[in-house]
Structures are given as C-alpha cells and as structure tokens.
Design a protein around this ligand. Structure first.
Ligand SMILES: [Fe+2]
Ligand SMILES: [Fe+2]
Length: 398
C-alpha cells in the first residue's frame, strides 16, 4: 500500500523518493521525480528555501498529485519568464545609465515575446481541459518565487475566466497580465523580497512602489496589449477602496454598468479576476516569513477577504474550482466516526471539492493501521482538517 504525499522539508530523511520534480529558477530540473533524497540534496532544498516537497515513502505512492498544467509546459514557461524579467531588468539598467527615458530592449526581445505567446496558448489549452484547479500552486524556492508565482496566477485566472465565459482573446489578455503583474518587483532588492522577518516601515514603502514601477515599465515595452500595465498598477487595490496606490473601488459584482465600466476610480474586471488568483496562490505558497497556509485554511481566508478586499462574486466561483482538500495532502478526522485518525486525500470529485475520499493510515495514537478509505460524500457526519504531518503529535484536540 503506497501514498504520494506532501511533507515538510524538516521531516525529510535520506532514502525517501521524490514524487514531483523540483525546478530551479530557470525552469531547470533540480531534482527529478523518482530521485532518492540524500543528506546533501535535503540540505540543498533547505538552502534554496523550499519548505515542503512531495515524496513517495511506500505509504501512498499510487496517489498521484494532479497538475493542471503539464510539468513540461510549466517548465518552459518558467524559463521564459526568467529570460523576460532578466532582459527587462537589464534594459532598465542600461536606459538609466544612459539617462534615457525609454526602455532599451535588445533585438531578440521580439522573438522572446512571440515565444511567450505560444507558451500562453499551451497553458490555456491545458487549463481548458482541466476539470478543477487541483495542483494549481507549485512548490517554490526563494529565487524562483516571482516567476512560478506569476504562472500559478495565470493558471488560476484562466480557470476563473473560463468559468465566467470569457473568450480565447480575453483569456490570453488575462494570462499575459497575470505574468507581468509583479514585474515592478525587479526594482526591489532581493534582500527585501526574501526577508524572513517583518518589514520595516521603509522597506514596506519600497515594496508598495512595485505597482507603479510595473506600470511604468510595461508602458515602455513595445507591446500592443493595453491590459497588462493597468493590472500591474491596480492589483493591490481593494473593493472597499483601502488598497494602494490609488484607492480604487469595486462593487463586488461581475456585471458592471456602463458607467462603472468607464469610471476611472473602479477596478477593472480583468484585475479583479487576477487578484483572486493572486491572493489564493500567495496564501498557498511558502514564503520567507511564513509557511504556506494549508488549502482549507487558505479557502477560509479567501472567504474572509471576499467583500472588503476581493470581488465577492468572483471568490465564490473560484472556490468551486479549487479543492478545499487537494489530492496528496495530509488530513485528520476532526469530527464523526474515526475521529483522531489521520490519512491522505486520495480522490477529489469536481462536484464536491470539499468532500474528498481519504485514505486513513494512522490511528489517534499515531500508530500505522492497515489502510482503508472513507468517502466524505457518503459519510456526511465526518469533518476533516489539514494537518502538518501523519505522525507529528498534535496539540490538544479541540
Ligand atoms: Fe504585487
Ligand atoms: Fe502577486
């Protein structure tokens, strides 16, 4: 009996086998699926800032995590994003040195942009086929955060755009805007972006500049699309007007009146879609100052942010797409029969994303039992919650 599952890097031991490929900041394979972990590779994972990985440890190896977008398509896109950001950063520096206002991009820019177009088409194709957005958020290290994050956001935004019936052209705009939304961060020092502790007031002021810097940068890029620059500028605005930099507002609705559509103090729909995906992906990712929120807690946070911060109608639709308990995560039974037992999510139905099938592996005393599955769609009284690991002792059960 085997299970593939997500475990924290702190709990890794030499000899465990990786169940998902780990990519570096250029989309290169750091450790391939199937590789056996050694003391050295575990140290390297920690150093690069990974907090969790998927392993096969003989407990649940037949449970395959789901990828919305194939590993191949994603790896190519990460590499492209790396190249694109590097090229823009270089151009910005050269322009500044020469005292030029415009962005001095090299001739190979056009090829790169064309290729990015093709990558986006591949991503859209994959998302169109996916039933849910399980596996949306990938594992990240410090140095590839912005690229991988932007791709996660694009996938989430395309998924949500598909649900509200956007056409292919709109989806393409969404994807492009997602990929560029944080490009202003190229002007923020890595030490601030990767700071493990709380930011000082001054550091925070610098971070808060990235929407405007992003807008200015994209405005100078030789591209026809009009949305990316506005999304970069607006993506930290909030429905209630408490966001930055301009304090724009939203109506918490998807449909908008003609007036709203052209009002300069309203957040654009394309931005609101990307914000929902952005916040979800950020919550679900390990960050230097905190570990990832487990999926059920990320969902709970999203519900709270719907209204004041995020467009409520969009959040409702989005939460139907992302499973509360994705395949491969560790959970414990909180209520009902089997209370206190722990196991791994083995199956999720798109019709009931919060009622998965769970493979029970460990009893309340932390002893392994002979595995069996419970289907939460049938066992209605059972409630589960995500948990750090299968065997780490829990603080007092509520
Ligand atoms: Fe941002
Ligand atoms: Fe973001």
């Amino acid at each position: 009996m085997k299970v593939m599952r997500r475990i924290p890097v702190t709990a890794l031991e030499p000899g465990l086998v990786l169940a998902k490929t780990i990519f570096g900041d250029r989309g290169e394979v750091l450790l391939a699926k199937g590789a056996t972990l050694t003391q050295g590779s575990i140290r390297a994972l920690r150093r690069r800032g990974f907090r969790a990985v998927y392993v096969r440890d003989g407990l649940a190896d037949d449970i395959e995590p789901i990828d919305v977008v194939s590993e191949h398509v994603r790896a190519i896109a990460v590499k492209r994003m790396h190249d694109l950001f590097a090229m823009v950063q270089h151009a910005a520096r050269t322009s500044a040195e020469k005292g030029k206002q415009d962005l001095l991009l090299p001739a190979k820019w056009e090829k790169l942009w064309e290729r990015l177009y093709r990558d986006i088409e591949n991503i859209i194709d994959d998302v169109m086929e996916a039933e849910t957005l399980d596996g949306l958020v990938t594992l990240k290290s410090h140095d590839n955060y912005t690229f991988t994050h932007s791709i996660d956001v694009a996938i989430g935004a395309i998924g949500l755009g598909k649900v509200i019936g956007l056409d292919r052209w709109d989806l393409h705009q969404l994807a492009l805007s997602s990929l560029l939304h944080d490009i202003g961060k190229i002007y923020v020092q890595q030490e601030i972006l990767n700071k493990p502790g709380p930011l000082t007031v001054d550091e925070w002021e610098i971070i808060k500049k990235h929407p405007e810097w992003g807008y200015e940068t994209i405005r100078k890029m030789p591209i026809e699309e009009i949305f990316p620059k506005h999304v970069a500028l607006q993506h930290h605005e909030r429905q209630d007007g408490s966001g930055y930099p301009r304090g724009l507002k939203g109506s918490n609705k998807i449909a908008r009146s003609l007036w709203e559509r052209f009002s300069p103090d309203r957040i654009l729909l394309v931005t609101e879609i990307i914000q929902v995906a952005d916040v979800y992906c950020a919550l679900s990712s390990d960050r230097p100052h905190r570990p990832a929120y487990p999926p059920d807690q990320a969902v709970a946070q999203m519900r709270e942010m719907a209204g004041p911060h995020l467009n409520r109608e969009l959040v409702t639709l989005f939460l139907r797409l992302v499973p509360t308990f994705p395949v491969g995560i560790t959970v414990r039974v909180r209520e009902g029969k089997w209370r206190g037992y722990r196991g791994v999510v083995s199956k999720v139905s798109p019709l009931a994303p919060d009622r998965p099938v769970v493979r029970i592996l460990v009893d309340p005393q932390g002893e392994f039992v002979s595995p069996f599955e419970i289907d939460l769609q049938k066992e209605k009284e059972i409630q589960i919650a995500s948990v750090f690991d299968l065997t780490t002792p829990l603080p007092d059960e509520e």
